[in-house]
Design a protein around this ligand. Structure first.
Ligand SMILES: Cc1cc2nc3c(=O)[nH]c(=O)nc-3n(C[C@H](O)[C@H](O)[C@H](O)COP(=O)(O)O)c2cc1C
Length: 184
């Protein structure tokens, strides 16, 4: 398949319904490989990925980690793959930036890696949804995540129930977000 980057960017959308069809390990590796190549502050590469395909663990995630009063993410149960995107918190550039500038560089690094991951998945015809609302404590226990590591987001991955077409979600027009030379 030869799709342009522009087409991939336009087609990526949050997919919340998936076919009951496993995703090949080789494709998952290709997708995580795209994230691996992302830039990061001082090349610290704080990302770690826990790919969950085991049905039992996945069910426990949807029941206990994504289910709750402020957690309207039970739709994730249809996804054949859930990826926990974790950050190693001990890197000096991140700690320094956080202390000196109150900038959370590790979140920037992880965000870039996530976008590379979801764009690669889109290129391969797979659907994704980034999930920021989840119970991190329960997830930590379930996936055996050490205390020095924080899960920043979960990503659902799978073959979309509806084919991927151009994202129709309303986005702010360029004139509202692009300023030349000075903020207006
Ligand atoms: C950091 C972040 C957290 C998100 N958390 C959730 C979530 O918890 N549940 C959900 O259904 N979608 C979540 N989303 C998906 C957004 O709702 C979605 O990206 C947004 O509505 C724009 O739609 P689009 O992705 O189709 O362009 C999240 C997206 C981002 C980037």
């Amino acid at each position: 398949m030869n799709v342009s980057l522009s087409d991939v960017i336009k087609t990526r959308r949050s997919v919340r319904a998936y076919l009951d069809k496993p995703v090949e390990d080789k494709l998952i590796e290709e997708i995580v490989e795209a994230a691996r190549l992302a830039p990061s502050a001082c090349n610290s590469q704080p990302w770690r990925f826990v790919v969950v395909t085991d049905k039992d663990i996945k069910n426990r995630i949807t029941e206990k980690v994504l289910n709750g009063i402020f957690l309207p993410n039970t739709w994730a149960k249809t996804a054949p793959v859930i990826i926990a995107v974790c950050a190693e918190l001990s890197f000096v550039p991140h700690t320094a930036a956080s202390n000196l500038k109150r900038t959370k560089l590790h979140l920037l690094d992880i965000g870039i890696a996530i976008e590379q991951l979801v764009l690669k998945a889109t290129e391969l015809g797979l659907g994704t949804c980034i999930i920021g609302w989840f119970n991190g404590k329960t997830l930590r226990k379930l996936l055996n995540i050490p205390n020095s590591i924080q899960t920043i987001a979960l990503i659902t991955l799978g073959y979309p129930e509806e084919p991927l077409t151009v994202n129709q979600k309303e986005k702010l027009p360029l004139e509202k977000i692009l300023f030349w030379n000075k903020y207006k």
